[in-house]
Ligand binder design. Structure first.
Ligand code: ADP
Length: 519
């Protein structure tokens, strides 16, 4: 068995378990109960035997006293005079335990009694029925009553000359049982005192012996409690009774197994931690690489779009210049072609602007430019920008404004772009229909609702349209044109302005986009 690091435990912990105390107390209580039963039995048996023997002895004494009284009382009975018996009775009364003495003549005709009282009738009734010469003829709770026949030996028979022994009466002694009771009391007292002393001695000796025997168990318990509290796996070096040593061996084996399992778990955990570290590093590297390449891509896009815008803007500018000259020369049919060039260049410019916005968003370079703008100015700008788009699909536009001319603190450019995006989409996806811009205040928010009576969007596609490059039906959208960026950019702008954008649509019937701006 290995050496053990013996823990210093708080006494309370051991007391709490009641293990040692309880075994000791139980064993002691069994032993005490056994000893008490033994003592009681011993006392009862001893008392019975002593009572029997002492009674016999006392009765024998009493008989001797009665017999002596009888011998000295012949004359008294013959003369029927108590005077002759008085000294004998007085002598008898001096014997210890004799508390009454008397004489009774034949048929009770003579009666004398001294000491402890007893009626004449009592003796007359009992005595003459008894033939025994010396007899214990009665007893009560406190007395024995002994009678001894008073005999006149060789009495002459009248006129015959023969002699015969003649019974004249009885001498009676009343013998107290006090001595018997005292002896009994002494015996019980002696047994009780010696028994109690012996019992206390026994408890002390057996108690310490049990404590001694249980001390290894206590040591084992201390280690168990300590291990439980600290989570350590100390083993117990316990010597003592075979069973406790076996218990300690099993406990130690258990601790060893736990130790081994702990070691394995620790090893496993270390391996896992190392693995997680490697994976995390790889992921961080991959993320950094992705971030950096995304940043590079966004920077490249931003630069490229910027570079692309300049030539397109100069194309538009030169076309405008050329148109003026061509118009002055009256070549109007060429002007139509120039219009087409301008329209397409503007579309291209719009697309490039979208890509530029997106790349700015991705690069995290998009910033809000908050300024004060009147609601009516904002609406007017929207109407002016979208006015050329309305007739293209033979649509009608309606403005429904429920608000006053509020002064808004917003990023005017971005808000304008969002609303133009929504209205130009409505124009694009609606033929011969109605397009409406409704403005109202609801729950302390300014609501812009752009609705149309166009082709609508299927329910399951409605949330996808806010993702980048997503078009509901690319084949159909090709028919309408577009890049799939407008709504994604609008959503980003709205989020930046703490506004919300949502869609409600019924396929084939129309669509409503709502922008809600906190006031
Ligand atoms: P696009 O440049 O393709 O219009 P958007 O992001 O603006 O890109 O729109 C994404 C898609 O959402 C569109 O291709 C179209 O399918 C659908 N969509 C947008 N607005 C409407 C609308 N008013 N009615 C029907 N479909 C719409």
């Amino acid at each position: 068995m290995n050496n053990v690091k013996r823990p210093k435990l708080h006494r309370m912990n051991i007391k709490k378990m009641h293990l040692n105390a309880s075994i000791r107390r139980r064993l002691l209580s069994y032993i005490v109960a056994g000893v008490i039963i033994l003592l009681l039995t011993f006392t009862v048996v001893t008392s019975l035997l002593t009572t029997k023997q002492t009674s016999a002895k006392l009765v024998k004494n009493a008989k001797q006293v009665a017999s002596a009284l009888a011998q000295q009382s012949t004359l008294a009975l013959l003369t029927a005079s108590s005077i002759n018996a008085e000294s004998a009775m007085d002598q008898v009364l001096e014997f210890p335990d004799v508390d009454g003495a008397g004489l009774v003549g034949r048929d009770g005709e003579f009666y004398v009694w001294r000491g402890h009282a007893q009626g004449n009738n009592y003796f007359s009734k009992i005595l003459w029925e008894k033939t025994t010469e010396l007899t214990l003829f009665d007893e009560d709770e406190n007395h024995w009553y002994i009678a001894s026949a008073i005999i006149l030996y060789n009495a002459d028979i009248e006129d015959t000359g023969d002699t015969v022994d003649e019974k004249l009466g009885y001498a009676i002694v009343s013998f107290s049982k006090n001595s018997l009771y005292e002896i009994n009391r002494d015996i019980i007292l002696t047994i009780a005192i010696t028994g109690t002393i012996a019992l206390i001695g026994l408890i002390i000796i057996i108690g310490s012996a049990i404590k001694n025997q249980l001390s290894p168990l206590r040591a084992l318990t201390e280690i168990m409690v300590y291990n439980h509290q600290t989570g350590e796996h100390n083993i117990a070096d316990v010597r003592g009774p075979r069973e406790i040593e076996q218990m300690a061996d099993s406990f130690n084996a258990m601790m060893k197994t736990l130790d081994e399992q702990d070691e394995k778990l620790r090893h496993h955990r270390d391996q896992l931690e190392a693995e997680v570290k490697i994976r995390t590093r790889e992921l961080v590297e991959a993320r950094d690489a992705a971030l950096s390449s995304s940043r590079h891509k966004s920077e490249f896009l931003a630069n490229m779009t910027h570079e692309l815008r300049t030539p397109i803007q100069s194309i538009i500018g030169y076309v405008d210049l050329s148109r003026e000259e061509i118009e002055s020369e009256g070549l109007f049919h060429v002007c139509e072609d120039l219009d087409k060039i301008t329209r397409n260049a503007e579309r291209l410019l719009g697309m490039i602007n979208s890509v530029l916005d997106l790349s700015k968003i991705e690069a995290g370079r998009l910033e809000l430019n908050i300024n004060s703008v009147y609601l009516f100015d904002l609406i007017r700008n929207v109407e002016e920008a979208t006015a050329p788009l309305i007739p293209s699909n033979n649509n009608q536009f309606q403005l429904v404004n429920h608000c006053n001319n509020l002064l808004l603190r917003i990023d005017n450019e971005k808000m304008l772009q969002v609303l133009i995006n929504l209205i130009s989409n409505a124009c694009k996806f609606t033929q011969n229909g109605k397009i409406q811009l409704e403005i109202k205040i609801q729950e302390n928010r300014l609501i812009f609702a752009v609705s149309d009576t166009g082709i609508g969007i299927e329910k399951e596609k409605q949330q996808q349209i806010f993702k980048k490059f997503i078009q509901v039906d690319s084949s159909e959208s090709r028919r309408f044109g577009g890049t799939g960026l407008g709504l994604a950019i609008s959503k980003q702008f709205c989020e930046l302005m703490k506004a919300e954008i949502s869609v409600a649509s019924e396929y084939g019937k129309g669509t409503t986009f709502t922008v809600s701006l906190p006031l």
